[in-house]
Design a protein around this ligand. Structure first.
Ligand code: NOJ
Length: 608
């Protein structure tokens, strides 16, 4: 234990020195008592992330501080007071590392510094320090599966077959185009008489294998051609990536969101994926994803990664980008009952029902998956998310054309009154709509160009944050921003919503404040109510001793519904004091015996 603390103290000291601007290696520093006091951070037993609201920032789009039309780190620092006022506990910054920006930062060419268009290491140190003053932690997006093809590791690896990084990526000789069993799809990618070793496809279109003449071999890339996959069967790769994590934790970073982490390993036998019929937006045959995603080998890496993170004080956190088919698969990412892998793999089932067969908001669907998250994770902490930089915003995904404002409020209520850790995406608190380009020549996201018009890319959910009614919505002083500011900013912005008591922003603020201050929402259990109801999702957050329970009832249908909630099962009576409701009439309710909820109406009340 003592040794653990000592290591931690050294790292903290390095972080403080780093925060002041100078770069000092951890081992060279002896912390002074004053430094240690100033650095006081929670102990290993603190589980801040269990109650956290994590807020994703897409760095290009949050706040431009230098007038180049692109957001940056100093812009984020300028907006910390807003985030503190909202009640954010941690920020996840989408990749801000040097990058050719083919995939807007998810093609990293150097993991150990900041892309000059976003600022400098000193700016990052300042952001970490200023955020810490406001009790906000900074998490980075660790693009763990691949690098840019312009990373020096790949440039060396691709130069010949004998260099020191020769085995850092996934290389293969391929097959002769004339070999038996080579399919017509593979033949499309022939070079020098050779074709890819199998039918695997890039998520972003085309074969997942690209030919390099200097090696006379193919390399594997799950994503763009410019994003070669690292070879995690080589321990040197794992070490380099873990060293990078240490570098940032030494500077005070509180954790990482692990990008595309289920895709670290591929089938060593390189078996063909089965076709499922038809073609996707990029024109490639639809395939199963059995041999390049969620292979069991990944879990040993996650266990070792957790051990690296656990050596640091302050309960640093691992968040996973884990699109998984069911709760049982999700559970494995925690390390099951051992809980020795990620603390917070994302539960995408709750927030992205289209991936589990559902399309619209549905009470039975949410009831099922919230219950599974509560009961089938060995007590591990779920992480719910409804929005991110890769998907049409929830405001549009769930919009029925009539009740968008009420639906946004109901989603916020699910996210913030559940027991799960909450993840939000900038602009979600405003109900910022998706603003998809209408002409292919305006599209910035490469998949939107190659997939047009079936796939229009992800620009729509990445437009600049709408701060106020001034030109460029207060995002930038430059008239030409990297993506246009949507015209609706004139009325839909932070300043306007802050001034409107019934706005979605103020709805979020109230929910977040309740979640932070009310023991039932902070720590209480969950009991589902009225479980046969196919339109209304109702539950009670039971209270720890001495506190009051909170009941939540959300009409997830487009017609008014009346519910009669029986709280006896939770040992409670039916008299309530309303806390928050989407319509004024509901604020007069005194019991939940006969509660009339308008279409998509939300009701949150304290049980007397
Ligand atoms: C998932 C990220 O969220 C997405 O934006 C990116 O394109 C892929 N991973 C590849 O890094």
């Amino acid at each position: 234990m003592a040794a653990k603390h000592f290591v931690g103290a050294l790292c903290l000291s390095a972080m403080l020195v780093g925060a002041g601007g100078a770069q000092t290696s951890a081992a060279a520093v002896t912390p002074t008592p004053a430094e240690l006091h100033a650095a006081a951070m929670p102990t290993h037993d603190d589980t801040w992330w269990k109650h956290a609201l994590v807020y994703e920032i897409y760095p290009r789009s949050f706040q431009d501080s230098n007038g180049d039309g692109v957001g940056d780190l100093n812009g984020m620092t300028q907006r910390l007071d807003y985030l503190q006022g909202l009640g954010v506990d941690a920020i996840w910054i989408a990749p801000m590392f040097p990058s050719p920006q083919v995939d807007f930062g998810y093609d990293v060419s150097d993991f150990l510094t900041v892309d000059p268009q976003y600022g400098s290491l000193a700016d990052m140190d300042k952001l970490i320090a200023e955020a810490k003053k406001r009790k906000i932690r900074i998490c980075l997006d660790w693009v763990v599966n691949h690098t840019s093809d312009k990373h020096k590791w790949f440039e060396e690896s691709a130069s010949n077959r004998t260099n020191s990084k020769a085995d850092w990526y996934v290389w293969n000789d391929g097959k002769k185009a004339t070999d038996a069993g080579v399919g017509t799809y593979q033949k499309k990618f022939e070079h020098d008489g050779m074709v890819p070793p199998n039918n695997w496809e890039s998520v972003f279109g085309g074969s997942a294998w690209t030919w390099v003449p200097a090696r006379k071999q193919f390399y594997y890339h799950k994503f763009y051609v410019q994003q070669p996959d690292l070879n995690y069967r080589n321990p040197a790769v794992e070490k380099a990536m873990f060293d990078g994590m240490r570098f940032w934790m030494d500077r005070g970073v509180a954790g990482f969101r692990l990008d595309a982490v289920p895709t670290l390993f591929e089938d060593p036998q390189l078996r063909d994926e089965a076709e499922t019929g038809g073609v996707n937006a990029q024109g490639d045959p639809n395939l199963k994803d059995t041999y390049t995603s969620n292979l069991a080998d990944v879990h040993a890496v996650m266990q070792r990664m957790r051990a690296v993170v656990a050596k640091y004080p302050g309960d640093r956190v691992l968040i996973g980008e884990t699109y998984l088919p069911n709760t049982a698969a999700l559970e494995e990412w925690y390390g099951g009952s051992r809980r020795d892998e990620l603390q917070l793999p994302m539960d995408m089932l709750v927030g992205f029902p289209d991936r589990a067969g559902g399309k619209t908001l549905s009470a039975p669907y949410l009831r099922q998956y919230i219950t599974e998250a509560e009961t089938e994770l060995h007590g591990s902490q779920p992480l719910f998310v409804f929005d991110n930089h890769d998907n049409e915003r929830s405001h549009d995904r769930y919009n029925d054309g009539t009740h968008a404002a009420e639906i946004d409020k109901a989603i916020a209520a699910v996210l913030l009154t559940s027991k799960a850790t909450a993840l939000m995406y900038y602009g979600e608190e405003l109900g910022m709509p998706t603003s998809t380009p209408t002409r292919v020549e305006d599209v910035k996201d490469p998949i939107g160009v190659t997939g047009w018009p079936k796939e229009k890319g992800r620009d729509g959910e990445r437009t600049p944050m709408q701060w106020d009614g001034s030109p460029q919505s207060g995002f930038s002083s430059n008239g030409k921003t990297w993506l246009p500011v949507p015209g609706n900013y004139v009325s839909l912005n932070v300043a306007a919503e802050a001034a409107d008591p019934s706005s979605l922003l103020n709805w979020h603020k109230k929910l977040i404040a309740m979640r932070r201050t009310m023991p039932a929402l902070h720590d209480g259990g969950v009991v589902m109510l009225d479980t046969a109801n196919s339109n209304v999702l109702s539950y009670v957050r039971t209270a720890p001793a001495g506190a009051k329970a909170v009941v939540v009832s959300l009409n997830l249908s487009g017609t008014p519904q009346t519910v009669s909630l029986d709280l006896k099962g939770a040992g409670l009576g039916s008299a309530v004091t309303p806390l928050l409701a989407s319509s004024d009439g509901l604020m007069g309710a005194t019991t939940v015996e006969s509660l009339m909820l308008p279409a998509y109406g939300s009701f949150v009340a304290q049980v007397k």
